[in-house]
Write a protein that binds this ligand. Structure first.
Ligand code: ATP
Ligand code: MG
Length: 377
């Protein structure tokens, strides 16, 4: 999709702003706390969901609750470039409305996913350096983006896991009744866990391959990024989606093997909920050895890989929003991001005015206190 224009009224610290965007690169630059991320958020609100997950009232300008938020975003789908579509988001107090080409949407979140965008926010660095749960959430997000049933598979798995953990919590000793109940839940857990693991691994190699490609473009060819899905079920060994029965047997055996430990610990110690992803740069674990810039480059490469996967699965090219992506990157890497992501429309925020000095195309806005001024070409 191509976002052509945007108007924003009374959204957080942005009283009034109007934009006609460049089809390729759009940069918003200014000091901290001026409104750059707020603008990215205004775009995401129109595309179905704020990436900040705020309470609705938080979007209203401070102290100005009587104001109406009004955002209008005009865009064209790639396969119908001449047809302009409009999304409007209006909000008074806690109640908001979303219209698509003038028709009110009952469930505005339906837009999310239909209108594809990929966003990098600084918190995404935790995909690389944070807890395993952040990486699992990420891989589940990507899996669900490609295959919309993934979240329901995950839901079934988590439900079974909760039930079994409840029994473990309440069993003082390993009696026959507890064994029977746990064994029965283990069957459900292994069945649903295999679905979750296969859902994650199905597109994992594609994601890893694309991330490696973009990482090489950002960092130069002598750095190779690789990714590995580490499963507690297979003890880190690779597995494929072509033998779910074999994986199920392995899952069941692993649950039997850890039954005693589970009873002691009072929770399920192996399974899809304990799996993780490892990132390696030139075969060294990124979590332990990568520099700040390398970690950031991995996160950006993942986002570009995500965008590429969306392209491979739909007719529409997603827009890319990169919020505060350039800090910690050296000139070569910043220049790649600003000048060489050619196949997507991108929106970049940056605190550093010099980031845009060598920038030869697209549009740049200076941001100050919620006001956006288009820089002369
Ligand atoms: P940084 O470079 O530090 O990321 P930024 O330009 O991205 O800065 P924003 O996150 O867009 O900054 O926030 C700009 C300002 O908007 C902040 O001072 C913030 O307190 C303010 N702000 C946030 N929510 C509201 C609101 N509902 N009403 C008015 N101002 C708000
Ligand atoms: Mg910001």
């Amino acid at each position: 999709m191509l976002i052509r224009s945007l108007t924003v009224r009374n959204f957080r610290n942005i009283a009034s702003a109007d934009f006609i965007f460049d089809p390729k690169v759009n940069i918003f630059t200014g000091n901290n706390a001026q409104g750059k991320t707020n603008l990215c958020e205004a775009i995401s609100v129109c595309l179905g969901k704020s990436f900040r997950n705020p309470k609705t009232a938080e979007l209203l300008p401070f102290g100005g609750n009587s104001e109406e938020i009004a955002i209008e975003l005009c865009f064209a789908f790639d396969n119908m470039p001449d047809k302009e579509n409009t999304i409007t988001y209006t909000q008074r107090n806690n109640s908001f409305r979303v219209k698509f080409n003038g028709i009110e949407m009952k469930d505005a979140e339906k837009l999310y996913g239909a209108l594809r965008y990929v966003i990098f926010i600084p918190e995404d660095l935790y995909i690389v350096k944070g807890d395993p749960s952040t990486r699992r959430d990420y891989i589940d997000f990507v899996s669900n983006m490609i295959n919309r049933v993934h979240n329901s598979k995950l839901y079934e798995y988590n439900k079974a896991l909760r039930q079994k953990n409840n029994i473990l919590m309440n069993s003082r000793e390993w009696d026959g009744a507890a064994f029977m109940m746990i064994d029965s839940w283990n069957d459900t857990i292994a069945r649903t866990g295999v679905n979750v693991m296969c859902g994650r691994i199905r597109y994992f190699d594609l994601l890893a391959e694309a991330a490696n490609k973009y990482y090489g473009m950002i960092n130069g060819a002598n750095e190779v990024l690789s990714m590995k899905y580490d499963s507690t079920v297979t003890d880190g060994k690779d597995f494929g989606v072509d033998d779910p029965m074999g994986l199920y047997e392995m899952y069941r055996a692993k649950l039997r093997e850890t039954a005693e430990r589970e009873l002691r610990m009072k929770y399920t110690v192996v399974g899809a909920h304990r799996d993780d992803i490892s990132f390696y740069i030139n075969n060294m674990p990124a979590k332990d050895f990568a520099s700040q810039g390398q970690i950031r480059s991995i996160a950006v490469a993942l986002k570009l890989a995500e965008a590429e996967m969306i392209c491979s699965k739909s007719d529409d090219v997603p827009v890319i929003i990169l919020d505060d992506v350039l800090s910690e990157l050296d000139e070569y890497r910043r220049s790649f991001i600003i000048n060489h992501i050619d196949n997507f429309q991108i929106f970049i925020t940056s605190c550093n005015l010099s980031d845009t000095e060598k920038f030869g195309h697209g549009k740049v806005w200076n941001v100050e206190n919620g006001k956006f001024e288009l820089r002369e070409a």
